[in-house]
Write a protein that binds this ligand. Structure first.
Ligand code: 26W
Length: 819
């Protein structure tokens, strides 16, 4: 960015308002002002963006293409200003013309092109790639509708479409010059060439054009601006403008329908596969366009494709883009004329795979008939990869059918995408140490035995630029005051706080900041829900996607238990607590939606019971998303990370809370294990079964939740309250399915499959410790500060550096502006 010139900036905003809306500043709405300011900021980014792309064009550094169906970006305006180190100046400039940057930021729609952890991780990774100065493209889909907006109506979740492009998104740029054809359906005709080789001719297909839209990814204070490409689909021919014969007319109408539906909406499912044809089309669509783009770029400088792995690496974010393996093979063989062996050698050096979950229901499998019908040529290639791979397995394990059953790519009439990714990828990584160990020793055991060299761990991370610098400016200033500048690009710098954590003055300062942040959230809660909360109570926060394994149900049962105790002993010594929830449920996920209803009904009963003197409040924050998340983390005292051990691959919310000085109550799961190592046992509350214990129960089928229900009166009471009308205005049926979750034992769905009752007592006891500890203001403050001090490892900058060192092998680029 050129040196900031306040006068020019202000002039540009009033010019923008004039040119875009035929208004002057006083007449413009806040939304119009947002558009005008965002455009001016984009203008500030542009020189660096051009310069970065010129360096990449000239030096041709090796580049990572991060292929992901999801990028959960959150708002860009404030974040871009932070990374340009222009936030304060712009805020001041706007104040001069009577505008409030905060209000303007809030006009921006949250681009929510993702579901949860996986999509947000992709966004943090792009921020770190640019901030570390690595050449990178994110590649995704320009969904017309992103993650749905959640409304709570009478306690139930209602999904509302999120038309984020309604007013135009000021940071995107259409790049019509990057346009690639993507083909679906039809069939493949084989034709003998003169040289004796086969040609594979794809016929009668439907085609759409993939058109690139670029979004700038601004690096922190380094002039590097990387690019996120989101692909839009357009029909090849504008059928309305030309005359057709009958056959052409229908084809044109079909193709334009396909183009429209392809990018219409993000599938709002997390950790659960629906197997919809359209989703497979989305996957192939964005993967094909991204690979075509990468190869076209490479070919500007090279004739032979042999060196492709020296210049390009494709990172597959979970199995969703795994069709990349076969698409790259197809292009190398059918378009570039390479032999199978040459193509396989290149492909397997270019693709790497990250696994984000061990949940069986999240593993992508496509019925072969669907896959073959939609992608006939790609399927032929998958079939051949599988044929050769099965030969390798038989070679290595003669006569061992079990190995084929577990590792073959095509099996039981299905295409198993994870198996394809592992067979072809040169790297397979999990996202936290425990998760990677479980992959190696349990779920992907056979693959690990066959390809030990492919497996590696990359513990997740988060960007401190968004989740501290932008989300919590008061704490950011505190960190700068005691640790100096530089934590924005080296989060280990917060370690300096260790020496201050005992200092009563520093503790007081920290607690005052926390209180201010709690006030900010309390105001938001009051505006959105009408519930008044006590900022001196413990803010105990559980925000993430709603899933049984994340055990929001255990949390709310504990609230019900506490309420029982308070009602039984009105004079008991009780540390006031505000339980805050935020979670979206996949639209068809019954237990998840019922849990939301239960939380809201419990909230309704408890919040209106004057007899408990407001000692417990329960709040469900509607429409949990990146923008309100920033405020929620900043205000949390307690972070709930209570998944069934072994089920949460990593978690990244856990790290965001830690960064903001919340104390975690959690299981030894995912990255909690590594947080525990970093922060020490006196600063974190651990409870519950270990991963090995859970896996043991699952293997031996010897968990009996019914026994706990029968023998533990507290458990018995709260479970019965699900079906005695306490929280349902006398309706015994409303929560019966949740009650049945604990006690109905079926072979495919065992009772309490997430071990809530097994962990319940230990959870209660640990929550008691939390409450007792909170009374000791100084001890609490010290622990909170220690959490900020020990969070360094969990910067996504560290994660990305490890990907670069071990998998991608990129060099940093240097960008100087023309100034
Ligand atoms: C197709 C359905 C579907 C959609 C999304 C299946 C699986 C997914 C993702 C893999 C779910 C996801 O977001 N996983 C989360 O990834 C985070 C980033 O690595 C981890 O921190 C979380 O633990 C993991 O649940």
């Amino acid at each position: 960015m050129k040196a900031f010139n306040k006068k020019i900036f202000i002039k540009q905003i009033s010019d923008n308002v004039k040119n875009m809306y035929r208004k002057n500043l006083e007449e413009a709405s806040q939304e119009e002002l947002f558009q005008a300011v965002a455009d001016a900021v984009k203008n500030m980014i542009m020189d660096d963006w051009i310069a970065t792309q010129q360096v990449m064009e000239k030096d041709e550094p090796k580049t990572v293409y991060y292929l992901s169906m999801e990028f959960l970006l959150g708002r860009a305006l404030g974040n871009n200003l932070i990374n340009m180190t222009a936030y304060a100046q712009v805020k001041e400039a706007l104040e001069e013309i009577g505008l409030d940057l905060n209000t303007i930021e809030q006009q921006e729609p949250d681009p929510a092109l993702g579901n949860g952890g996986l999509g947000r991780l992709a966004a943090c990774f792009l921020d770190s790639l640019a901030s570390l100065g690595y050449p990178a493209y994110g590649c995704g889909i320009r969904y017309r509708y992103g993650m749905f907006k959640q409304q709570i109506v009478e306690g139930f979740q209602v999904e509302v479409p999120d038309n984020w492009l309604k007013n135009g998104y000021p940071f995107e740029m259409k790049r019509p010059e990057y346009c690639y054809e993507v083909r679906f359906g039809g069939h493949v005709r084989m034709e003998m060439r003169e040289d004796g080789n086969m040609d594979f001719i794809h016929e009668d297909y439907q085609a759409v054009n993939a058109v690139a839209y670029d979004l700038p990814i601004v690096g922190y204070n380094n002039h590097v601006v990387d690019t996120l490409i989101i692909w839009d689909a357009q029909p090849e021919v504008e059928f309305s403008l030309t005359s057709f014969n009958e056959g052409q007319y229908h084809k044109a109408v079909e193709e334009s329908n396909l183009a429209r539906t392809l990018v219409e909406v993000l599938y709002p499912n997390d950790e659960h596969i629906q197997g919809k044809e359209l989703r497979l089309k989305q996957q192939y669509f964005f993967v094909s366009a991204s690979i075509q783009r990468a190869i076209a770029k490479y070919k500007k400088h090279h004739r032979s494709l042999k060196q492709l792995p020296k210049k390009v690496v494709f990172q597959m974010n979970d199995t969703h883009p795994t069709v990349a393996v076969a698409e790259l093979m197809r292009i190398l063989i059918d378009v570039e004329g390479l032999s199978w062996d040459e193509a396989w050698k290149i492909t397997t050096q270019c693709v790497a795979y990250t696994n984000h979950t061990i949940m069986a229901e999240a593993l992508e499998k496509w019925p072969i008939d669907i896959f073959e019908r939609i992608l006939p040529r790609v399927y032929q290639i998958v079939d051949e990869i599988n044929r050769r791979f099965v030969l390798d397995i038989m070679d290595r394990y003669p006569g061992n059918e079990d190995k084929i059953r577990s590792m073959a790519i095509l099996y039981d009439g299905q295409v198993r995408m994870a198996n394809l990714a592992i067979a072809a990828g040169f790297s397979v990584n999990g996202v936290a140490r425990l998760h990677t160990e479980i992959l190696k020793n349990e779920s992907l055991k056979d693959f690990y035995e066959m390809f030990p060299e492919k497996f590696n761990n990359k513990t997740n991370g988060i960007t401190q630029r968004r989740f501290l610098a932008h989300g919590n400016p008061l704490l950011a200033d505190f960190v700068t005051k005691y640790c100096g500048k530089g934590w924005e690009t080296d989060l280990q710098k917060t370690r300096k706080l260790i020496a201050k954590a005992d200092d009563p003055k520093v503790q007081k300062e920290f607690m005052e900041i926390k209180r201010e942040n709690k006030k900010r959230l309390a105001k938001y809660i009051l505006e959105k829900t009408g519930i008044e909360v006590n900022v001196d109570s413990i803010f105990d926060v559980h925000v993430k996607r709603l899933h049984e394994y994340k055990r929001q149900l255990m949390n709310i049962l504990h609230v019900m238990y506490l309420y029982n105790r308070l009602k039984d002993n009105p004079d008991m010594d009780f540390v006031p607590r505000t339980f805050i929830f935020g979670a979206k449920a996949a639209a068809g996920y019954r237990n998840a939606k019922n849990t939301i209803k239960l939380i809201n009904n419990v909230a309704d009963v408890i919040n209106h019971d004057v007899s408990i003197g407001g000692k417990i409040k329960v709040v469900f924050i509607e429409d949990y998303k990146v923008s309100n998340a920033e405020w929620i983390y900043a205000a949390a005292d307690v972070s709930e990370q209570i998944s069934t051990a072994s089920k949460e691959a990593s978690g990244t919310g856990n790290m965001k809370f830690m960064l903001n000085g919340a104390l975690t109550i959690g299981t030894m799961d995912g990255a909690n294990v590594e947080m525990f190592e970093e922060v020490g046992e006196e600063n974190m509350f651990i409870f519950g079964l270990s991963a090995q214990e859970v896996i043991g129960f699952e293997r031996n089928h010897n968990y009996r939740p019914g026994d706990i229900y029968n023998n533990d009166p507290d458990v018995n009471r709260v479970l019965n309250q699900l079906i005695d009308g306490t929280y349902s205005h006398g309706d015994y049926e409303l929560f019966r399915s949740l009650y049945n979750y604990f006690l109905n034992d079926r072979p495919d769905n065992p009772a309490d499959r997430y071990f809530i009752l097994a962990d319940f007592r230990s959870y209660i006891q640990t929550q008691e410790k939390v409450a007792a500890y909170y009374r000791n203001r100084s001890a609490w403050a010290k622990s909170a500060i220690m959490n900020v001090a020990c969070v360094g490892k969990f910067s996504s900058d560290r994660t990305i550096q490890e990907y670069v060192d071990d998998i991608w092998h990129l060099e940093k680029i240097k960008v100087r502006t023309s100034l």
